[in-house]
Design a protein around this ligand. Structure first.
Ligand code: ADP
Ligand code: MG
Length: 346
């Protein structure tokens, strides 16, 4: 992990800053939000994708930096242009573990990305926060349908459901995996934003937390399986993410979700110096209204793309359209004004 002092040194040499990220769906709201806050932007793009992002004039960056491969972030050029990186899902996926040593200022705490990358670490974070997680099984204890998760599976692809030890041995063999209790309920993905600057939001030990939206993922075949079942088919249950739908939580859950966000946030300070900025906790709510968390994304998530003009929650904080992308730009602008960029950039 690159030394924080190195990043602080880079930041000290910056004259102003630009916001930069890899062009992706989330980058549209990141660039648009920056534009609304008067901050210039740079989009890292593969030549063949430039046309696509240029076609959204209000979501495209002020300038493009073309690359052959996203694995090679042109960090020298970006540093010369005073770029602060905004990580999103595709960014951390393309860059992989090199992200930890990326010699560029990154908005947020780059350590948080290594905590989301490793499933064991991530689950220990959720447990330490005192939030329920699905039970973990060893193969010999499988007595009901369980979910088998393989390392590095992206967008839920490749997960298996097995019903017995025998089926497990047959289908999984010796592959590395986690066996999780299958939780029946409704999934909800709350989008939080943590700021150490105490602007407005739900108070935590280290700052304030906002809930900027909630979504639910649409996954295939899981979310449409009733149609197939009703005509007598028995398709495999799969979890490939196809898109996202907006959601609001029933009233009684709002407090619980603010508390989940607070606990994840406060625990991040105990574990690795604190997560700042946007994050998401992936949860399932059972019919008894018990909430189980199975994943944390320590950055902006795709579900926030539902709310480029704000959400049914953001309107209670801001009297203007506030996407997560714009909230990031505003936070950086605010920190720069206070001379405290180093507190939220690593
Ligand atoms: N313990 C569980 N019980 C029931 N469904 C689950 C469980 N864990 C994950 N899922 C389903 O599988 C999907 C993908 O799981 P997740 O672990 O988040 O993988 P990814 O890393 O691809 O996001 C979830 O969105 C959810 O629909
Ligand atoms: Mg997930």
């Amino acid at each position: 992990m690159l030394d924080k002092k190195k990043i602080d040194g880079l930041l000290s040499d910056y004259k102003g800053f630009r916001i930069a990220t890899i062009c992706s769906h989330s980058s549209l709201q990141i660039f648009r939000g920056a534009r609304e806050e008067g901050i210039k932007t740079i989009g890292i793009v593969q030549k063949d994708k430039r046309k696509l992002y240029e076609s959204f004039p209000r979501g495209c960056p002020d300038e493009f930096l073309e690359v052959d491969s996203y694995a090679d972030v042109p960090w020298k050029e970006l540093a010369a242009r005073n770029a602060i990186i905004i990580p999103h899902g595709s960014f951390v996926e393309y860059v992989g573990e090199e992200f930890d040593d990326l010699p560029l200022p990154v908005y947020g705490n780059r350590r948080s990305i290594s905590w989301e990358r490793e499933r064991d670490k991530m689950l220990s974070w959720i447990r330490k926060a005192g939030i329920k997680t699905p039970k973990i099984y060893t193969p010999d204890k499988i007595d009901s349908p369980v979910m088998v998760k393989f390392p590095g599976a992206k967008g839920g692809r490749g997960y298996l459901i097995v019903r017995s030890e025998e089926e497990f041995r047959q289908k999984v063999k010796n592959q590395e995996c986690v066996i999780q209790e299958f939780i029946i309920g409704v999934r909800a993905y709350p989008h939080y934003f943590f700021s150490p600057f105490r602007d407005k939001g739900y108070a935590t030990k280290h700052g304030e937390l906002q809930l900027l939206g909630v979504d639910r993922r649409v996954e295939s075949s899981a979310d449409e399986i009733a149609r197939a079942v009703s005509i007598g088919m028995k398709p495999r249950m799969a979890f490939t993410v196809i898109g996202n739908e907006p959601m609001v939580l029933r009233e009684s859950l709002l407090y619980e979700y603010m508390e989940i966000g607070r606990k994840i946030s406060e625990t991040s300070f105990d574990l690795f110096g604190g997560l700042t900025g946007p994050f998401c906790v992936e949860t399932i709510i059972t019919e008894e209204l018990e909430i189980y968390a199975f994943e944390v994304s320590a950055r902006i998530v795709a579900g926030t793309n539902l709310y480029p003009d704000g959400s049914p929650y953001s309107v209670y904080y801001y009297n203007e359209p506030m996407s997560t992308g714009r909230r990031i730009a505003r936070e950086l602008k605010h920190a720069a004004k206070l001379g405290k960029l180093k507190e939220i950039v690593y």
